[in-house]
Design a protein around this ligand. Structure first.
Ligand SMILES: Cc1cc2nc3c(=O)[nH]c(=O)nc-3n(C[C@H](O)[C@H](O)[C@H](O)COP(=O)(O)O)c2cc1C
Length: 169
C-alpha cells in the first residue's frame, strides 16, 4: 500500500482544513495518508510521496513552510511532491498570479525540489481572530472572508494519485 504525508504550515487553521480534505480524498482512494504540521516532522522516511500546503503571509510562504522545504530539501528532491499555497483573500486574477509567484519563489530557493503539481487556493481569514502582527490597520476593518473553493480543492486531490505515481499498474 502507498503511504503519503500531507504536511501543512498554517497560522490560523484554514490551511490545515484544506490539508485534511486532501488527505480524506487520498484515503478514499485507498492510500494510507498522514496529515501533520510541517514543523513537527523530523523525517520523511517511509513515505512514498509528500503533499505540502502552506499559507502565504506578507508576500511569501509562511516561515514554518520555508523551514520545512529547506530542512527536508534532500529527501523532497528524491520523491514525488505536490504543493499547494493558500492565499488570496481577494478574488482577482492579479491576487492569484501574485500568490503563485510568491509560492514559486520559495520553491525555487530549494534546488532539486520539482513538484509534479502546484496549486494556489483562495484563502480564508477572520479579522477578529488575528494576532500581532497580522492584526493591523489594514486588516482590522475587513469583513471575514473564505475563498476556499472546496470543489477545486477536491478535484486537485483527485488528480494527485496519478500525478504522484501512486497507482498500481
Ligand atoms: C496579515 C495577513 C497577510 C497576508 N498576506 C498574504 C499574501 O501576501 N499573499 C496571499 O496570497 N495571501 C495573504 N494572506 C491571506 C492568507 O494566506 C489566508 O488568509 C490563508 O488562508 C491563511 O492561512 P491559515 O489560516 O492557514 O493561516 C494574508 C493574510 C493576513 C491575515
Amino acid at each position: 500500500m502507498f503511504s503519503v504525508l500531507v504536511a501543512y504550515a498554517t497560522k490560523y487553521g484554514s490551511t490545515r482544513e484544506v490539508a485534511d480534505t486532501e488527505a480524506a480524498r487520498l484515503r478514499e482512494r485507498g492510500i494510507e495518508t498522514d496529515v501533520r504540521a510541517a514543523g513537527a516532522i523530523d523525517s520523511l522516511d517511509g513515505y512514498d510521496a509528500v503533499v505540502f500546503g502552506g499559507a502565504l503571509y506578507f508576500f511569501r510562504l509562511i516561515r514554518e513552510g520555508r523551514r520545512f522545504l529547506s530542512r527536508h530539501r534532500k529527501a523532497l528532491s528524491k520523491m514525488p511532491v505536490a504543493v499547494f499555497g493558500m492565499g488570496p483573500i481577494e478574488d482577482t486574477e492579479e491576487q492569484y498570479v501574485g500568490a503563485r509567484t510568491h509560492l514559486d519563489k520559495s520553491l525555487d530557493k530549494n534546488k532539486g525540489i520539482s513538484p509534479v503539481a502546484v496549486a494556489v487556493f483562495g484563502g480564508a481569514f477572520d479579522p477578529t481572530r488575528l494576532r500581532f502582527p497580522d492584526a493591523n490597520a489594514g486588516t482590522r476593518n475587513m469583513p471575514p472572508v473564505d475563498l476556499r473553493d472546496w470543489k477545486a480543492i477536491e478535484a486537485w486531490a483527485d488528480s494527485l494519485p496519478e500525478a504522484l505515481g501512486l497507482v498500481d499498474d
